[in-house]
Design a protein around this ligand. Structure first.
Ligand SMILES: [Cu+2]
Length: 157
């Protein structure tokens, strides 16, 4: 009887040991989970940094892309040697002027089938646009370059 009781106690002790043995890995798992959580946090921080760096190249093409010519558009003031451009997608007549010097004017005629297309360069010099009127096909980009020492811009009425 004693041996049997001892045996039961031993079995109980073994079971509790086994139970303890099972608990330990659980404790390890929670430690591992914490480590994984920390890794995830680190990954999140890294991905946030990646997103931040990704935003810059996204903005640059937007700034570089040529704005479409439309009534009310106006470029920044151009210093000597600086350029600005518009793409003329819609057929029609565009009255171009310089905001600081409204007497400076030119006309861009956009006509289907016009010879000039692609990119057309216009100089701004001696308080004048290089051409009084140009006729271009839809989709043409006109690039203005300021050759004067004073600042001009390119605005559309
Ligand atoms: Cu001007």
């Amino acid at each position: 009887m004693i041996h049997k009781k001892f045996g039961l106690v031993l079995a109980a002790a073994l079971l509790s040991l086994a139970a303890c043995g099972e608990e330990q890995p659980t404790a390890n798992e929670s430690v591992e989970e914490e480590a994984v959580e920390q890794e995830n946090t680190a990954e999140e921080e890294t991905s946030t940094e990646e997103e931040t760096t990704e935003e810059e190249p996204e903005e640059e093409p937007a700034e570089d892309s040529t704005p479409e010519a439309e009534s009310g558009a106006a470029s920044d003031l151009l210093s000597n040697g600086e350029q600005t451009s518009y793409i003329f997608n819609e057929a029609g007549e565009y009255a171009i002027f310089c905001e600081p010097h409204p007497v400076m004017q030119m006309t861009v005629l956009v006509e289907e089938g016009a010879e000039q297309t692609g990119e057309v360069a216009i100089d701004i010099a001696d308080y004048e646009f290089g051409e009084e009127t140009i006729t271009v096909a839809p989709g043409t980009t006109v690039v203005w370059t300021n050759q004067d020492q004073v600042q001009h811009n390119v605005a559309i009425k």
